[in-house]
Design a binder for this molecule. Structure first.
Ligand code: NAG
Ligand code: NAG
Length: 106
């Protein structure tokens, strides 16, 4: 969960640090969906906002067969920079640690 928080802070940080847009009103959340019906075994959520950013994530409890099950998380965050380029960062957290990939998608 700490790692997920770091991701959120990173994304918020990039938009706050944008020096070009000065008086920018806070982006509105356009859509927010969360499915916790299968907790604690799995969950997923998705949201997007008026500044074009979005986030989607799913988590699954993986039964390792040894001891406690481990949470496996897969997610993606998309955002635009001040030049209008869109980026996507995908992240994966689980037994094998934490991995992110950032790519420019438009
Ligand atoms: C930003 O712009 C809006 C509309 O022009 C104005 O009402 C508001 O006071 C401004 N906010 C800041 C922090 O300058
Ligand atoms: C936000 O997400 C909703 C539901 O997935 C989708 O219908 C809508 O087109 C999205 N809006 C933007 C601006 O991406």
């Amino acid at each position: 969960m700490l790692l997920i928080l770091v991701v959120v802070l990173f994304v918020v940080g990039t938009s706050v640090a944008s020096p070009v847009v000065e008086n920018q009103s806070r982006p509105q959340v356009l859509s927010y969906e969360m499915d916790t019906g299968n907790m604690p075994n799995s969950y997923n959520f998705h949201y997007n906002t008026s500044d074009g950013s979005s986030r989607t994530e799913e988590g699954n409890m993986i039964n390792t067969g040894m001891g406690a099950p481990a949470l496996d998380v897969l997610g993606a965050v998309r955002w635009f920079d001040e030049k209008g380029n869109q980026y996507e960062m995908t992240y994966k957290a689980g037994k094998r640690g934490y991995r992110t990939i950032i790519k420019k998608i438009s």
